[in-house]
Design a protein around this ligand. Structure first.
Ligand code: ZN
Ligand code: ZN
Length: 591
């Protein structure tokens, strides 16, 4: 791709646009020509986005910039900032009232992305304190390992991209100031784990390609230089003073901004925190009621604990013993899918396109070891790509590990997992969003809406009686509610944890108490979560925040519709806007 050509097209369009926008001033409703201009603007915005983020482009399936490694020096940081400012300026020329709903949400997503770039560049500055910023192994591994083009071509791009590695790490060393010891340690581990890509995998791949011997030698020489640069940077990180260094906690101010751009919620972190704390109290209260009700049925003759959390846990542990066997794990997941479809149709929850059935496949090799089920969606550039439901097996697991896993994904939770991942969770949302395709939304999709929908769909199924053997029941059984609440506590407590740790000095002891005693998690799961919350931030809040926003919107919509309200209409209308932030869907739905 020719950089100058992009810029020329872009400038030409801006001028052209100015003329048109003046003559269009009096049009009130969405106008075709305004939309057309915005479509052209979007296409150029995306090309420039890839030019300035070549690694992102590679990983999302756009391969024009596979051979580029941008050196993160001052010039590059300035280029990024001016890209953001220039486009924020261009956006001012578009009149939101004249854009279609689809373009309106695209507009908001682009604007947010540019503001996020500006925030990263000027305020967050993770390139100064988070050395994992400089872990480039992933993209190189992708180029070498993903079979999207002939190996010769991929290796040639790999070779060209390696050229800038020494300059890359020279700039990285200059940028690092007062790095967080925790992130420094993580970066060292990640980069050491990535070395075999250059030291071994590249060499192995070279044996399988037809390239001139001279070139092969050049490639090997350059890989040696690259490895030396990476090792030099690892040494540099190891020498950093671990007793000082930036706190891994983001702090209130940065957190609030990052939350605003990444979650794109109508609420602040404090509001979401308070809401999650209230939700936790509600869940405990409901769980206690159910546990007392179910105690005689499952614990006849056993004395009832006085501590309510202990009481609840005893019941959860007992119900968790109802689980499938290791060798029928996969088939149990598969058998549930037609039942979910039947239930959604019978209860008229939303329209399921019979021409778009969910395709189930065995978990592909690279995912091996990840049991359970997950959705794979085609990337924005996979024109004929399909979505798959990957189902894994417990083959080769030790008896003990399998038993512990099967108790976690017991007969209740396994069904909730299927609801979340497939029907009517992620898969159904994907089918609906594909009805109004938008490249912008598939690139800049709002994960809070996507996860929020999946979490909302779990509750919606329970409310309508899913899992109740009585087909006329309007709600599910107490057992299912108890297990659902336990599952829902996870996303609720993830939110309390993330905001608590990053803005309220929550200690490890408090965190472990929250996750194990109050959310009934295993110690190993809680330890993993503690590690995750230290090295990431904000993302853990997306599930609960999206869920709350959708629930709030449903209430408002129901009030507005009055006696014309139907759940089906709400669900279908909500999904019709694609993967946009809930606050903008709300604006469009309630206008
Ligand atoms: Zn068992
Ligand atoms: Zn999900």
């Amino acid at each position: 791709m020719n950089k100058n050509l992009h810029l020329k097209i872009f400038c030409f369009l801006s001028v052209f646009f100015l003329l048109v926008s003046c003559s269009n001033k009096n049009t009130e409703k969405s106008s075709d020509s305004h939309d057309k201009l915005f479509e052209t603007y979007k296409a150029n915005f995306i090309l420039e986005l890839w030019e300035i983020n070549p690694d992102w482009a590679t990983n999302i399936g756009y391969h024009e910039f596979d051979d580029v490694l941008l050196v993160p020096n001052e010039t590059q940081l300035r280029t990024e900032l001016s890209f953001a400012l220039r486009h924020l300026d261009s956006l001012k020329m578009y009149n939101l009232d004249q854009l279609s709903d689809n373009n309106k949400t695209d507009f908001y997503l682009i604007k947010n992305q540019l503001e996020l770039t500006q925030f990263y560049n000027q305020s967050l500055k993770s390139y100064e304190w988070d050395p994992t910023y400089y872990n480039i192994g992933g993209t190189f591994a992708y180029i070498l390992g993903e079979n999207y083009a002939p190996l010769e071509k991929r290796i040639t791009n790999f070779f060209k991209k390696m050229d800038k590695i020494p300059a890359y790490y020279a700039a990285a060393k200059k940028n690092i100031i007062n790095p967080s010891p925790l992130h420094t340690q993580l970066a060292i581990e990640q980069m050491e784990a990535g070395l075999p890509i250059f030291e071994k995998d590249l060499k192995d791949s070279l044996k399988n390609v037809q390239l001139p011997d001279d070139l092969k030698n050049e490639i090997l020489k350059r890989s040696k230089i690259s490895v030396d640069s990476i090792k030099g940077f690892i040494q540099f990180l190891k020498k950093q003073d671990k007793s000082k260094g930036r706190d891994f906690r983001l702090g209130k101010e940065l957190y609030a901004k990052k939350f605003a751009y990444e979650i794109q919620s109508q609420y602040t972190p404090d509001q979401i925190y308070d809401s999650a704390v209230a939700r936790k109290a509600f869940l405990h209260q409901e769980m206690e009621k159910i546990a007392i009700q179910l105690w005689p049925k499952y614990m006849k003759g056993v004395e009832q604990p006085t501590d309510k959390l202990v009481l609840i846990k005893r019941l959860i542990d007992t119900l968790s013993l109802q689980h499938t066997k290791a060798d029928s794990f996969k088939i149990s997941i598969q058998q549930q899918l037609p039942q979910l479809t039947e239930f959604i149709n019978r209860k008229n929850l939303l329209y399921l396109d019979p021409k778009k059935p969910l395709e189930v496949r065995d978990e592909p090799g690279y995912m091996a070891g990840v049991a359970g089920a997950s959705m794979s969606s085609p990337g924005p550039y996979e024109m004929n790509g399909k979505a798959y439901y990957n189902v894994g097996t417990l083959e080769g697991w030790s008896k003990q590990d399998a038993e512990s896993y099967l108790r976690e994904y017991n007969n209740y939770i396994l069904q909730i997992l299927n609801i979340h991942e497939a029907l009517p969770g992620h898969y159904v949302q994907l089918v609906y969003s594909n009805k109004s395709p938008s490249l912008i939304k598939s690139i800049l999709q709002n994960n809070t809406m996507i996860e929020g929908w999946a979490v909302y769909s779990e509750l919606m199924m329970m409310e309508n009686g899913y899992g109740n053997p009585d087909p006329n029941a309007s709600t599910t059984t107490p057992e299912f509610w108890l297990m659902y609440y336990k599952w829902n506590l996870r996303s609720t407590c993830n939110t309390i944890l993330d905001i608590g740790v990053h803005t309220r000095e929550m200690s490890k002891e408090e965190a472990m108490d929250l996750l194990t005693r109050q959310a009934f998690q295993q110690k190993s799961e809680a330890e993993g979560k503690w590690h995750r919350v230290q090295v990431t931030n904000v993302q853990l809040t997306s599930y609960y925040t999206g869920f709350k926003e959708i629930m709030d919107l449903r209430t408002l919509w129901q009030q507005k519709q009055g006696k014309n309200y139907t759940l089906k209409a709400f669900n279908e209308k909500f999904l019709s806007y694609g993967s946009a932030p809930v606050k903008y869907i709300k604006e469009l739905m309630l206008k």
